[in-house]
Write a protein that binds this ligand. Structure first.
Ligand code: SF4
Length: 247
């Protein structure tokens, strides 16, 4: 699924950066390989997440260095209950999302098509220093899924590690293997939102798929040192029924 760039277009070259995970298809379209949505883009088109687009025959991230907001939270609010317990974390996010959950609590951010959502200019070093100044032990990529702004998140993570802060990803885990490896090597702890237990729910309610999310959880728990906790939103009658095959 793609979005034409003539709807509420904004163009701010300073915040457009090249990305790595894409290739050119035989028909000339450029395919983004960050998440299993595999958006195939003509020049000027944006992906379903809205923040990655084809520009000059490559895929660029258009929200580098722009945040939709900051907040100092208890780490338990991410929620992480066994990672640096009792410490404050600086939460920040950008705009857009690669899922389309019908129950999204941050829909104004995740489905934003407006530059106003990205009001705060925020360099990676600026974010890390703000976290240190406010007594935080870590910085969390949250509010919207860091999968879609991984180049920015990775640089923030490097700046945090430089001054001894940890990093936290709050994510749906809907990401392809190469991008997954690249992103999570910058992350110290992750809360993966396992939204349900059936492909049917994932397809109908989130417009994504369960299998890649389970792969991400397996990857994190078996192949990395990232601290992992899972969250599942209970929706009576929907996510509370767990099929025997997936228990
Ligand atoms: S990250 Fe965005 S542009 Fe890339 S495949 Fe996913 S939704 Fe499409």
């Amino acid at each position: 699924m793609t979005t034409n760039n003539h709807t509420a277009e904004y163009h701010d070259a300073a915040h457009h950066v090249p990305t790595r995970f894409w290739h050119v298809e035989p028909d000339g379209r450029v395919q983004c390989d960050v998440c299993p949505r595999f958006c195939r883009l003509n020049e000027g088109q944006r992906g379903m997440c809205f923040v990655r687009m084809r520009e000059n025959d490559q895929v660029v991230l258009t929200t580098y260095g722009r945040s939709s907001g900051f907040c100092v939270d208890p780490i338990e609010k991410k929620p992480l209950n066994h990672f640096l317990p009792g410490t404050p974390v600086l939460s920040f996010g950008t705009a857009g999302c690669n899922l389309a959950c019908k129950f999204c609590q941050n829909w104004d951010i995740s489905k934003s098509r407006e530059i106003d959502t990205l009001a705060d200019d925020a360099s990676p070093e600026g974010i890390a220093n703000a976290a240190a100044r406010t007594g935080c032990s870590s910085v969390a990529f949250t509010y919207n899924d860091p999968t879609i702004f991984l180049e920015y998140a990775n640089d923030v993570a490097d700046a945090c590690h430089e001054i001894g802060l940890k990093t936290v990803a709050v994510t749906a885990g809907y990401i392809c293997p190469d991008a997954r490896r690249e992103f999570f090597r910058h992350v110290d702890a992750a809360n993966v939102d396992l939204k349900a237990f059936t492909e049917d729910f994932y397809r109908k309610v989130t417009a994504s798929e369960l299998a890649p999310v389970l792969e991400t959880i397996e990857y994190l728990t078996h192949e990395t040192n990232v601290w992992v906790e899972l969250t599942t939103l209970l929706i009576l009658g929907s996510t509370t029924r767990i099929p025997r095959s997936t228990r």
